[in-house]
Ligand binder design. Structure first.
Ligand code: GLY
Length: 423
C-alpha cells in the first residue's frame, strides 16, 4: 500500500520510520517532510495547510492511507476535506480536534463529565480577566484558548506578571486570534506525565507513558519550547496511577466526546499532572506529541498500520497493543538561541554514525538536504534517541550519541531525564 504522512518535524520522522517497518507498505510519501525524512520517504513540496492540494496529490497518486501528524491541519479540518473526497485518513475530524484547538472547550468538557482537572475560569475580554485576577492566589496559569505553537501557556508568579500576560495574549495578540479568549486556571504541582492513546471513537488504547521537558534551559528554566527532550516510560506512572487514569480519564474522555457527537478517532494525547489529590488533566492534544513520539513509537511492538486501520474501522478492541519492556530517552539538539532567534544553514556532521545501530535513532526536526550536505533548518534540529534496558542506561546511551553529531551553534539541555534519579 501507499502511505502519505503530513508534517515536517521529528514526530513525523518517527511516524514515517514506524510506517516503513510495516510489511503492508510499499511506498511512503511525506508532505512537506525534511532532510532526514527524505532518506526513507519521498518528500512532496506541499504545505500541510493546503488541504485541497494534498487531497489532489492523494487522489492522483492513489494513496491508500494518509496520516496527519501536526495539530494545525487537524484543528483546521483536513480530515473532513479528505473524507468528503472519499480518501482514507487517520486523525480526528475538526469537530473532535477542537479538544486541542480550544482550551475552553476542553475545560468545559471535563467539568461537564467530571473528568479530574484543576479549577478554571474563561474570559473573553481583558477587562474582566484583570478584575478577576485581583483576588486570586499566585502562581496562576493563563492559557491562550487557541493553538499557539506550544507557547500560549504562561505561568504567572504575581499580579504584575499576570497583568502582563493578559496584555501579551489579549491586547498585543502575540498569538493572534488564539488569544481572543483566555483560560485562567489554578497552578497544579506534582509530576507531569504524557500518555498518548490510540482511539477509534469508542475504544481507547493507551500507549506507554512519557515525560517531556518543555523549558529551554537546564533546571526547567527559560522560555517554553516545543520540547527539549523526553523519556519513556515514566517511573511515576505506576499500576495504580495507570488504573485510575484508564477508568477516570481516558475512557470517560472518549465517552464524553461521543456523547457530544464528536467521536474522537486518532491519537489523544493526555497531559497529566500527578497531584497530591490524584492524577488530573493538564491539557489534551489531538495528535502524537513531539518529541514524545520519538520515545514511544520505537518501543511499540505492533505494526502501526494494523493499529491505525483498527482505529479507522472502529475495531481497536481487537488489537493487543504491546510495548517493549525497556526504556528510551530523546535529547533534542537545537540551534543556540531557540526558541527566539537562531541561525540556520549550518552543516551537520556525524549523522552516518547512527547507521546500522538498532537501538539508536537520529530523528530530524529542522534539517534540509543541500549540495553541501545536511544543514540545520530550524530551532529544533535533531532528536537523538536511544534505548536501554532501563531509563538510566537509555539516558547514558542517548547522551553518548549526542556527541556523534556536530554543527555550529549546537545546543542541548544536559539534564533530560533528571527526574529518573528521583523515582
Ligand atoms: N511535546 C509537547 C507537544 O507535543 O505538545
Amino acid at each position: 500500500m501507499k502511505v502519505l504522512v503530513i508534517g515536517s518535524g521529528g514526530r513525523e520522522h518517527a511516524i514515517v520510520l514506524s510506517v516503513s517497518k510495516s510489511d503492508k507498505v510499499d511506498k511512503i510519501y511525506c508532505a512537506p517532510g525534511n532532510g532526514g525524512i527524505s532518506e526513507i520517504a519521498e518528500c512532496v513540496e506541499i504545505n500541510a495547510m493546503e488541504f485541497n492540494k494534498l487531497a489532489d496529490f492523494a487522489e492522483e497518486n492513489k494513496i491508500d492511507l494518509t496520516i496527519i501528524g501536526m495539530d494545525d491541519p487537524l484543528v483546521g479540518g483536513i480530515v473532513d476535506v479528505f473524507e468528503e473526497r472519499g480518501l482514507r485518513v487517520f486523525g480526528p475530524r475538526k469537530n473532535a480536534a477542537i479538544i486541542e484547538g480550544s482550551k475552553s472547550f476542553s475545560k468545559d468538557l471535563m467539568k461537564k463529565y467530571n473528568i479530574p482537572t484543576c479549577s478554571y475560569e474563561v474570559f473573553h475580554s481583558p477587562e474582566e480577566a484583570l478584575i478577576y485576577l485581583e483576588n486570586q492566589k499566585f502562581p496562576i496559569v493563563i492559557k491562550a484558548d487557541g493553538l499557539a505553537l506550544g507557547k500560549g501557556v504562561l505561568i504567572c508568579q504575581n499580579l504584575e506578571e499576570a497583568e502582563k500576560a493578559i496584555g501579551t495574549l489579549m491586547l498585543d495578540k502575540q498569538f493572534g486570534d488564539a488569544g481572543n479568549t483566555v483560560v485562567i486556571e489554578e497552578f497544579m504541582t506534582g509530576r507531569e506525565v504524557s500518555v498518548l492513546c490510540y482511539c477509534d471513537g469508542t475504544h481507547v488504547k493507551p500507549m506507554t507513558s512519557a515525560q517531556d521537558h518543555k523549558r529551554a534551559l537546564d533546571g526547567d528554566k527559560g522560555l517554553n519550547t516545543g520540547g527539549m527532550g523526553t523519556f519513556s516510560p515514566s517511573p511515576f506512572y505506576n499500576d495504580e496511577v495507570k488504573a485510575f487514569c484508564e477508568e477516570k480519564i481516558f475512557q470517560p474522555t472518549m465517552d464524553a466526546m461521543k456523547a457530544e457527537g464528536r467521536d474522537f478517532v486518532g491519537i489523544l494525547f493526555v497531559g497529566l499532572m500527578l497531584t497530591e489529590d490524584g492524577p488530573k488533566v493538564l491539557e489534551y492534544n489531538a495528535r502524537f506529541g513531539d518529541p514524545e513520539a520519538q520515545v514511544v513509537l520505537p518501543r511499540m511492538k505492533n505494526d502501526i498500520i494494523e493499529v491505525i486501520d483498527a482505529c479507522i474501522d472502529g475495531k481497536l478492541d481487537k488489537i493487543d497493543l504491546q510495548f517493549e519492556d525497556n526504556a528510551a530517552v530523546c535529547v533534542v539538539l537545537a540551534s543556540d538561541g531557540y526558541p527566539v532567534n537562531y541561525e540556520k544553514g549550518k552543516v551537520i556532521k556525524g549523522l552516518e554514525k547512527f547507521k546500522g545501530k538498532d537501538d539508536y535513532y537520529c530523528f530530524h526536526a529542522g534539517t534540509k538536504k543541500t549540495a553541501e550536505g545536511m544543514v540545520t533548518n530550524g530551532g529544533r534540529v535533531l532528536g537523538v534517541t536511544a534505548k536501554g534496558r532501563d531509563l538510566k542506561e537509555a539516558r547514558a546511551n542517548a547522551y553518548k550519541a549526542t556527541e556523534w553529531v556536530t554543527f555550529d551553534n549546537k545546543y542541548m539541555r544536559n539534564d533530560i531525564g533528571k527526574a529518573i534519579d528521583e523515582a
